[in-house]
Ligand binder design. Structure first.
Ligand SMILES: [Zn+2]
Length: 178
């Protein structure tokens, strides 16, 4: 091959070669950028999740401990509704009427509330301790499932009161009888 043929070939081929090199490197940069932004998105998501779980952990300290989801055990609950139980006298006769011998006798009632879990959507009902001012703010001693949650259930209904400790409002409670 004569030297000027080589020169012509080089002049013709060089731009094509350069074109391919530039195109490939541009592609490489583009895919790098894409992967990079995906990584960034991923890590942002992770950071967000971490931040949320950290927030959960902090707010968890302030969340009441007596009430939790009977499906998954989460204490992130949304109050739905509640109702007061029947009033009864602290000191009462056999028929439930007020024991008038006692001064400072008072009436109280329990409270039943319904809450939905924010994590698994399960709905549970809860029994609150009897009180002169019954409300959902009273401590809960038992909870039971009303509507199933998502996923598998890993908690059970609970009752912290033994039968002997529950108030039998149908029985007389006369001061000094015990
Ligand atoms: Zn739950």
């Amino acid at each position: 091959m004569k030297w000027y043929y080589k020169l012509i070939l080089l002049i013709f081929c060089a731009p094509v070669g350069i074109y391919f090199i530039i195109r490939d490197s541009i592609r490489q940069i583009k895919t790098n950028k894409k992967e990079g932004s995906n990584d960034l998105k991923k890590s942002l998501k992770e950071v967000k999740a971490e931040r949320e779980s950290l927030l959960d952990l902090i707010t968890d300290i302030f969340r009441r401990r007596d009430i939790y989801c009977t499906w998954c055990g989460s204490r992130q609950l949304k109050y739905l509704e509640g109702e007061r139980g029947e009033w009864f006298w602290e000191y009462r006769n056999k028929d439930g009427s007020q024991d008038k011998r006692v001064s400072g006798n008072f009436q109280q009632a329990k409270y039943i509330s319904k809450w939905q879990c924010k994590k698994c959507d399960a709905v549970s009902k809860y029994n609150h301790y009897v009180h002169k001012k019954p409300s959902k703010a009273r401590k809960v001693h038992s909870g039971w499932l009303v509507t199933d949650g998502t996923g598998e259930r890993n908690k059970t209904d609970y009752d912290r009161l033994k039968d002997s400790e529950t108030v039998n409002t149908k029985n007389a409670n006369r001061k000094g009888d015990n």
